[in-house]
Design a protein around this ligand. Structure first.
Ligand code: NAD
Length: 496
């Protein structure tokens, strides 16, 4: 049996069932391809990854993946030779072996040949948005799990295409939504799983990040920091669209708190947005009159606000603003019958005065407590330690040392690697990908039709009613070899 036949076969199932890890997390094994809910793939002791797109996100991932025990970055594909040279240099500086197989380098289809190799398990996709779906479909057509950067898809049809391909091939198609692994987000998830906030009623998420300089001056950033959106891809997309085209950083964690697709589902949305002022205003301020930048017409309004109603009657607000001069925020607000949490960073990583989105929370222990204020610093710290998510307890310090958005990128990769190695379902499946990403097109449709409601498709086809809620998961550190995890800081090493 060659590697690909083995992946498609069922020989692994007995061993996986015996291992029992997935059963303790409340999932059932599934290999039929009929539904990917609770799906666990055959165990992969060693996970061999091919990565497409060595831009700013891909470069960071390429340097991070070799630090995950049991993961090998076996091949990379990048169309720009200069990025490949830069990556080689960065690998040498960190004393990491550069992947032996390089594709692309002037050939925009080189990534296809990488996907066609027989000895890769995962294609890790960090390309511009318009390539995500073709990359992902081709990866699965060639027998590889597809892990795709956010947003994995931008249209409802493309969301369905990924769902159907994943079901047909029985391969994972996961969106790399790192914000679900943030320390504050996982703390919130733990509170929700344990019922500390009571019955959940309302959630809010957002992506508020002034990207105007990145959008208009990728070349300057490329020179200064070695990264910048290749060929203005983000500006081009946002200039042609309205609605929330980047919903998942704020929405993903809220959906996990609320068990969306696992007991509840997003039912419909309405979306409204302000006029556009900041993107074009920046361009007219910065560039000479008559330049293409100053003349560029931008469709996307500055602030988009989308409201979602769930089947079980909860509400979610999602915002998107990538042009206004405002401090960064993902909002991350979740409120229930007993309490509330808001913010996506803890006080030790942010200045609570200057940075508006640091995490605060409070809950009541008796019905007469009106909860008019958040916990004070002492109680907040006590509760932060008590309810730290197990994954953060297990690997949080290592994750912070490796870095990548405060450690959440490393924890995301560590967790999917652990799941693949131990035949466990992933924390985010293709239905999560599709429902979270469908907001891109549906919010635009709503904005363009005077905020008319738009139904959100049930990508689980009814499966959400019986799917089990997400458990409180982590990793068994004894099952991963952490002896030689280089944190990347001049080759320094750290153990859990
Ligand atoms: N999760 C996060 O926190 C986060 C943060 C930033 C970006 N992103 C996402 O990551 C993705 C990449 O963003 P980025 O900022 O790295 O963009 P980028 O432009 O820096 O990188 C994209 C790379 O893909 C390469 N590429 C383009 N066409 C290719 C082809 N045909 N074959 C091979 N390579 C090709 C480009 O040359 C470039 O190096 C986007 O989807 C973005 O939304 C996610």
């Amino acid at each position: 049996m060659n590697r690909r036949e083995f992946l498609k076969g069922t020989a692994w199932m007995g061993a996986a069932a015996l291992a029992g890890g997935c059963m303790t997390e409340g999932f059932s094994l599934c290999s039929s391809g009929a539904t990917m809910q609770g799906f666990a793939a055959p165990p992969l002791k060693k996970v061999r990854v091919g990565l497409i797109g060595l831009g700013s996100r891909g470069m960071a991932a390429a340097l991070r993946l070799p630090k995950i025990p049991g993961v090998t970055l076996a091949a990379v594909a990048e169309v720009r030779g200069a990025r490949i040279d830069l990556a080689r240099k960065a690998f040498a500086e960190e004393k990491l072996a550069f992947p032996p197989n390089v594709y692309g380098d002037g050939d925009a289809d080189g990534w296809k040949r990488m996907c066609e190799r027989d000895d890769l398990d995962v294609i890790y996709i960090t390309t511009p948005w318009h390539l995500h779906v073709p990359n992902g479909l081709y990866a699965m057509d060639n027998g590889k799990h597809a892990f795709i950067e956010v947003p994995a898809a931008l249209t409802v049809d493309d969301c369905w295409a990924l769902v159907e391909k994943s079901e047909k091939t029985s391969l994972h198609c996961m969106q790399l939504e790192n914000c679900c692994y943030g320390e504050a987000e996982m703390f919130a998830l733990n509170l929700c799983r344990q019922g500390i906030l009571g019955e959940l009623v309302h959630g809010e998420g957002g992506y508020i990040h002034n990207l105007a300089i990145e959008d208009y001056m990728p070349e300057m950033l490329q020179k200064r920091h070695g990264c910048g959106y290749h060929d203005y891809w983000r500006l081009k997309w946002n200039a042609a669209h309205k609605g929330n085209q980047y919903p998942t950083h704020g929405l993903g964690p809220v959906c996990q708190y609320m068990n969306i697709n696992r007991g509840d589902k997003m039912d419909f949305l309405v979306s409204l947005e302000s006029d556009e002022a900041n993107h074009s205003g920046y361009a007219r301020w910065k560039f000479p009159a008559g330049s293409w930048q100053a003349r560029k017409k931008i469709e996307m309004g500055d602030m988009n606000t989308t409201l979602v109603k769930t089947a079980k009657g909860r509400s979610i607000m999602i915002q998107h603003d990538v042009a206004s001069p405002r401090p960064y925020s993902r909002i991350n607000r979740i409120s229930g019958t007993k309490g509330i949490l808001e913010g996506c960073y803890f006080a030790d990583s942010m200045n609570p005065v200057t940075d508006g989105c640091y995490c605060r929370y409070g809950w009541r222990e008796n019905p007469d407590d009106a909860l008019h204020s958040f916990f004070d610093a002492k109680k907040a710290e006590e509760m932060r330690i008590r309810y730290r998510h197990p994954l953060w307890k297990q690997a949080g310090e290592l994750a912070k040392a490796v870095g990548g958005h405060g450690g959440m990128d490393f924890l995301m990769d560590l967790r999917w690697a652990y799941c693949l190695q131990n035949a466990l379902p992933l924390d985010m499946d293709v239905y999560d990908l599709a429902s979270w990403c469908s907001i891109c097109e549906l919010s635009e449709r709503s904005v363009r039709s005077n905020s008319r409601p738009q139904d959100i498709p049930d990508f689980t086809r009814g499966g959400w009613k019986s799917a089990k809620p997400l458990g409180i998961w982590g990793i068994d550190t004894a099952k991963m070899d952490f002896r030689k995890v280089s944190t990347g800081a001049a080759g320094s090493q750290m153990e859990i």
